[in-house]
Design a protein around this ligand. Structure first.
Ligand SMILES: [Zn+2]
Length: 111
């Protein structure tokens, strides 16, 4: 009997798991942190990093797809709110573009 899990999951912190985020951290620290070898998933398991994806179409675990959908919607709301604050680091236009991109990702997770 095999316990191998053939599904592709999302990391619990899916909105921070992408390479863009690591590159951003790397540019601040002067180095790019390694991807973690094991991550906690949206469905509460611990799996090798290689068994996760930030690309909605690649995620086959249903619970993780729902998790990704919720997380990206929540993150989009957060960015939208930050974009409206006085002195926000993003212009309204930049925030709007980011929000549209995040909502599109959310939609792809629920497709
Ligand atoms: Zn999962």
């Amino acid at each position: 009997m095999s316990t191998a899990d053939p599904h592709i999951h999302v990391a619990e912190k899916v909105t921070r798991a992408g390479s863009d985020e690591r590159n951003l951290i790397g540019s601040m620290l002067g180095r790019v942190p390694d991807a973690p070898s094991v991550v906690r998933t949206g469905c509460g398991q611990r799996v090798p990093y290689a068994m996760t994806s930030t690309r909605p179409e690649s995620v086959t675990c249903l619970a993780c797809r729902e998790h990704g959908h919720r997380e990206y919607l929540r993150f989009a709301d957060e960015v939208e709110r930050l974009g409206r604050m006085p002195g926000a680091p993003l212009t309204g236009e930049q925030a709007g573009a980011a929000v549209a991109r995040l909502r599109d990702l959310a939609r792809r997770f629920s497709a």
